[in-house]
Design a protein around this ligand. Structure first.
Ligand code: URA
Length: 246
């Protein structure tokens, strides 16, 4: 149960004082209630609330898929750099979303923004090894020994990376385009793994997180809400999380 003004504020209808005014002006009607006042308690799962005749559906959380462009840090505020929060359109601002995980400033691709702290915590917990898939362009040819190195779990000095999958998409004279799947998200992890096998990452794009795949129709810098099914794909238990938790 929620106060009516809190319900409308969670829905982003306005500030608490604007909402109080709206309710007092009679613009808000709640199904089955004679007189709506800011402090009446309503059941947010079943109440039907109208604002100027339009139904305002309750939701507390929002989940946005961003195709992150280069030049933005995965943070809500920063003293020097543009942040991914600046890419959030006005209609979602009141949700106070934050990035679920981090991509480097020069990494592009899939980044989920949400205000669901519990879900973010669950998916990012170090005990859950949510697989993340990237496309990397590197400056050398990738061979079987590199693939074996990634697979065996690499000692990167301050930590040993879990086995990662490296798959060549195209080896050329200039370098390689490869798909990499890692089970953690340590700082600069993929760049450091390639460095360890003598290669430099030239570009990096995340294309998948758990079973959620980047919508390639989103241009860099664009975002949209996850569908219900995509939300399930993102939070699905998978064989990695289960095995690791045994
Ligand atoms: N690994 C990196 O090196 N950078 C990223 O942004 C993500 C994974």
């Amino acid at each position: 149960m929620l106060r009516l003004d809190k319900y409308l504020s969670d829905c982003g209808v306005g500030t608490r004082s604007e909402i109080k005014k709206l309710i007092r002006s009679g613009a808000v009607r709640v199904d089955g209630v004679n007189k709506a006042t800011p402090d009446i308690k309503i059941d947010e799962t079943s109440a039907i609330v109208y604002l100027n005749g339009q139904i305002i559906k309750y939701r507390k959380y929002v989940y946005l898929m961003l195709n992150k462009p280069q030049g933005y840090v995965s943070a809500v505020r920063d003293n020097y750099y543009k942040t991914v929060a600046e890419l959030v359109p006005e209609e979602y601002k009141h949700f106070d979303v934050f990035p679920m995980g981090r991509l480097d400033i020069d990494t592009v691709g899939l980044l989920v923004l949400t205000n669901d702290g519990e879900m973010a915590h669950r998916l990012l917990s170090p005990t859950k090894h949510i697989p993340k898939k990237y496309i990397a362009e590197v400056d050398g040819r990738v061979g079987d020994s590199d693939i074996a190195c990634f697979k065996s779990g690499m000692d990167l000095g301050d930590f040993t990376a879990k086995p990662a999958e490296l798959r060549v998409i195209e080896n050329t004279d200039l370098g390689c385009v490869a798909e990499v799947t890692i089970a953690e998200g340590k700082f600069h992890q993929i760049k450091r793994m390639f460095e360890k096998v003598g290669k430099k990452v030239l570009s990096l794009k995340r294309i998948q997180m758990n079973n959620l795949v980047l919508d390639e129709t989103l241009k860099e810098g664009e975002l949209r809400e996850l569908t219900e099914n995509e939300l399930k794909l993102l939070s699905q238990e998978n064989k990695h999380t289960k095995e690791e938790n045994k």
